[in-house]
Design a protein around this ligand. Structure first.
Ligand SMILES: [Zn+2]
Length: 309
């Protein structure tokens, strides 16, 4: 082969290699580098997972801040995104009604973060006897979530195992501090103000930890919610117990609770966060903010110490 021809071929091969590398790299966006992607079903789990992941994994949420999580309908883009992920994180306990079907089409490992918690059963309506899925509303349960995440991440990325376990341990210290504040803040409420009335029955775990009586208009967000009977029952409870304030959650309309306010002497105590974080510049950009915000709102609402937020 003539020398100039060999040189031409070598140059051609080199340019092809450069072109191929460019194509291969363009499938990863510039800011996530080569980190494995961990995809959670909702924003609360994404924040908890990011605390355990540190900077070794790219943690993202399928649903956006403010999204309704129970009856979410995944889009084709969600499925494409999930197919590229290294690990998918769901809450379990039937929170994500859409999840089993979503995973049917995917060959990606997933971890159920609520594994090992002691569930509280729902006591009313069609869901009676089923576990209440909102286990993260007890920071002590989130300690179990953090351990489950650390083990799943260790399996995904064994080199980072010690780091994930250390991150989980540090986060559990923060959870314990928030739990202590939660109990002492709500413990200060007088006996006649120890009722927590909300739209969805999402506060069973928090109410148990804080020794509050929980009442709600409907047990779980679903298509059939806030029936006239459910609203009437909430009105009776608030009247009979002279409940001073009632609350509703950020991901559902508060109109049914405003009907309770109109029909009773209770005031509207404010918006609570359960099924979603706020945007980064909102009141609850992290899970720990969510718990602090809810406790502050409940105490202020029930004691009438500050205007409704
Ligand atoms: Zn919910």
């Amino acid at each position: 082969m003539p020398k100039h021809r060999a040189r031409f071929l070598a140059t051609l091969m080199a340019s092809l290699l450069v072109a191929w590398t460019a194509v291969a790299c363009s499938t990863t966006s510039p800011d996530d580098g080569d980190k494995p992607v961990v995809l959670t079903t909702f924003t609360v789990l994404a924040d908890i997972a990011a605390n355990v992941a540190g900077d070794r994994l790219q943690v993202e949420s399928i649903t956006k801040p403010g999204a309704e999580i129970h009856g979410y309908e995944p889009t084709p883009a969600d499925i494409r995104r999930a197919a590229q992920a290294s690990l998918i994180v769901d809450n379990g306990l039937n929170l994500e009604a859409w999840f089993a079907q979503f995973m049917d089409d995917l060959d990606v490992p997933h971890v159920v973060v609520s594994d090992g918690i002691t569930p509280i059963d729902i006591t009313s309506d069609a869901y009676a006897g089923k576990p209440n899925p909102h286990a993260w509303m007890s920071p002590l349960n989130v300690g179990i979530y953090a351990d489950n995440l650390a083990e799943a991440f260790a399996e995904l990325d064994p080199d980072g195992a010690d780091g994930y376990r250390a991150n989980a341990a540090a986060y559990k210290n923060e959870l314990a501090a928030v739990q202590k504040d939660l109990v002492s803040s709500l413990d200060a409420l007088p006996a006649n103000e120890r009722a927590l009335v909300t739209c969805e029955g999402a506060f069973s775990y928090l109410a148990r930890d804080a020794g509050l009586t929980e009442r709600y208009i409907w047990p779980i967000n679903a298509e059939q919610q806030a029936t006239p009977q459910q609203v009437a029952a909430a009105i009776d409870f608030v009247r009979d117990n002279r409940v001073p304030a009632v609350f509703c959650e950020s991901t559902v309309p508060d109109k049914p609770m405003q009907q309770v306010v109109s029909a009773t002497d209770a005031r509207f105590g404010g918006t609570l966060y359960v099924d979603s974080l706020s945007e980064a510049d909102g009141p609850v950009p992290t899970y720990l903010d969510l718990i602090r915000h809810d406790v502050d709102t409940i105490v202020a609402g029930l004691t009438g110490t500050s205007p409704a937020s």
